[in-house]
Design a protein around this ligand. Sequence first.
Ligand code: ASP
Ligand code: MG
Length: 410
Amino acid sequence: MGSTERIRNVAKRVAKWARAGHQMVVVPSAMSGETNRLLGLARELAPAGADDSYSRELDALAATGEQASSALLAIALQAEGMQAVSYAGWQVTIKTNSAFTKARIESIDDEKVRAELDAGKIVIITGFQGMDEGGNVTTLGRGGSDTSAVAIAAALKAHECLIYTDVDGVYTTDPRVVPEARRLQTVSFEEMLEMASMGSKVLQIRSVEFAGKYKVPLRVLSSFTDWNIDINEEARSGTLISFEEDEKMEKAIVSGIAFNRDEAKISVLGVPDTPGIAYQILGAIADANIEVDVIIQNISKEGKTDFSFTVHRNDFAKALDLLKSKVVPALGAQEVTGDARICKVSIVGIGMRSHVGIASKMFRVLAEEGINIQMISTSEIKTSVVIDEKYMELAVRALHKAFDLDQPVA
Ligand code: ASP
Ligand code: MG
């Protein structure tokens, strides 16, 4: 949605689908750069040293980006000879909680939308926003139009939710790091959830959670193809995030390598090994609203143990501070250390459930590259390691190759 030309292109594409007999609901995001522009204006005018006291106004402001693009799309569709009508989230109503700038959708009233569809119209609904109980406009966090689209698809029990974006699908890993990375034709919802939570920025993670909860088939595809391509070809393009674990998926044991540099590691050393320690350390962290990811507690020696975990880098200083000033003195621990120059690299695949030795292969590959593993965490369908960030690209490339992700799936 970068320009009027692009909006016209979107209108032609939507009209193509509608003419093929589909009832269409379209959820545009703002014109590119618009949300940043609006938030930038707010920053210029914001009260000095401000907290989030004006977040209600940020939402009222940012929501206008989608309102404009939605109305423009409706106009462009009418120019295509289609009947189209746009609605803002609060008009639908899309109800959210009141957490400004990161609101969550609570319910969607589909009545008006259904009536418009039944009257033969294409319905355009602003992404990224809703309204809280008090009638305030809210937004769903950056990238939130993905979540709007999935939530609306769920409410309407849509056949499929197509997310047109600036990449043409989900890849085995980031092609900027591994040029041989391949686009996946299908990926399971669970794998997608792991990948989205670990740095693959294709979809807002909440949209994937939503799709999982309501079993909305999701397809990620490119918005840069010619609108005029064959509709059947378009319907099969991109990556389908699916709920059926078909045979093809079974064959690839590892489907992707995810990585992120967004975390930092904190270690509390020489903690007395007594009941309640994890709670005292992590409880204080949680009370400060800081999310914790990988956690390790060592075996104790002479009644003392070491305790390490990772937090988001944005919370690193805050977490260290809190531990040093409050928790460590209270616990009688020896010291707290931290390291922000780490990264997390993960192999993800539902095939790991039924195959042994996958994690050990990962460790072998990293050992062969001389990469030291600092922390490990596993789930049924992923193994993650925390390593020095300077080895991130090396690790990702080596793992991508070792798990044959550069080879087409047989
Ligand atoms: N316009 C919003 C953003 O830039 C929402 C979105 O595009 O998904 O974050
Ligand atoms: Mg987006």
